[in-house]
Design a binder for this molecule. Structure first.
Ligand SMILES: Nc1ncnc2c1ncn2[C@@H]1O[C@H](COP(=O)(O)OP(=O)(O)OP(=O)(O)O)[C@@H](O)[C@H]1O
Length: 314
């Protein structure tokens, strides 16, 4: 690691944001390094957007320290603008300008010289498969095409850091996959990406992942390490009446989560709870059941992390 790479791209200490009585983000310590594709996973209202907005300098923290690309915020926000790309959940381009006009307008905002603008626009239209739509009004594009245009617009000025707020919430699975390919391509070229998501499959692709719950960081590691260190074990329960069994098990000590998957149940139980204990509990209640261990997935990590935090902070 070179000395430049060792300096975090984002570093926060004790970052907090209050809106009146509501604490949206609490005591957040984050360290994000260059070239990472760092995920923010959390339920609605867990503080993902609020954190991203503080990191871009759009929102003033109530407390704590923030350093982004060597600039302390909020003071250094002006110097950051050229080095940041921020993409929000909603489409924020001009619907009544064409694809090309939108990009040209942004190039002017970023003060790209004319020659460079021509080259950059041509490269972006090609890379993001927008050539065929260059003269179409942005408002007439499909969800996936709009998203490609939004990403092209976000990276137009070659930012060092991308902050992406649920960028794939309005697109189909194939477009999501293409989008993630683009993110890895950008990360390979040295861009740092911070991306919030609701999707477990996307979270699993990140090099590192923070799980937020009610404004707090409840897990922070690589997805593989989080799954390896899961404080619990998943079980598969084949049972005759899954809905009734689920109600019973949800009220059973040691059960952290229960979900119906087709005609079976998938449970997350505390590490000390054996499959035999669950099977015995179901038999006692008159169910016919077979309980076997299942492979860990990221949803288990999410359930365990948020559940533990809720028990600690009712
Ligand atoms: N400007 C604001 N004024 C008052 N409350 C706000 C404001 N912005 C956000 N909040 C509240 O702060 C909390 C965190 O919101 P935030 O949008 O950061 O969550 P999120 O994790 O991004 O959620 P989602 O996944 O739904 O986008 C929510 O309870 C929200 O209602």
């Amino acid at each position: 690691m070179t000395p430049a790479e060792a300096v975090p791209v984002i570093r926060t200490r004790g970052l907090a944001k209050r809106f009146g009585e509501l604490t949206a983000v609490e005591a957040l310590d984050l360290t994000i390094r260059r070239g990472e594709v760092y995920g923010f996973l959390g339920p609605n209202g867990s503080g993902k957007s609020t954190t991203l907005r503080m990191l871009c300098g759009l929102l003033r923290p109530s407390r704590g320290e923030v350093e982004v690309l060597g600039h302390s915020l909020p003071g250094g926000a002006e110097g950051l603008k050229r080095r940041l790309g921020y993409m929000t959940q909603s489409f924020s381009l001009y619907r009544d300008l064409s694809v090309r006009e939108n990009l040209a307008f942004l190039a002017a905002v970023h003060e790209l010289p004319r020659r460079e603008t021509r080259q950059r626009l041509s490269a972006l239209l090609q890379r993001y498969r927008l050539e065929a739509f260059r003269d179409r009004l942005a408002g007439t594009l499909s969800g996936g095409e709009r998203q490609r245009l939004a990403l092209a617009a976000t990276v137009l000025h070659r930012p060092d850091l991308l902050l992406l707020d649920e960028p794939t919430s309005a697109v189909d699975p194939q477009s999501r996959r293409d989008f993630w390919e683009s993110l890895f391509e950008l990360a390979d070229a040295g861009t740092t990406v911070l991306v919030s998501t609701h999707y477990m499959d996307e979270a699993e692709r990140c090099t590192r992942l923070a799980i937020l719950d009610r404004g707090r960081l409840v897990a922070d590691d690589s997805p593989q390490a989080l799954m390896r260190d899961l404080p619990g074990r998943p079980l598969r329960v084949e049972v005759d009446r899954p809905r009734g069994a689920r109600r019973l098990l949800e009220a059973t000590p040691g059960v952290l989560g229960a979900a119906q998957i087709g005609s079976a149940l998938r449970l997350l139980v505390a590490s000390a709870t054996a499959p035999e204990t669950i099977e015995a509990r179901l038999r006692e209640a008159g169910f016919s059941a077979q309980v076997t261990p299942d492979a860990v997935n990221l949803e288990d990590v999410f359930v365990a992390a948020t559940r533990r935090d809720r028990e600690a902070r009712p």
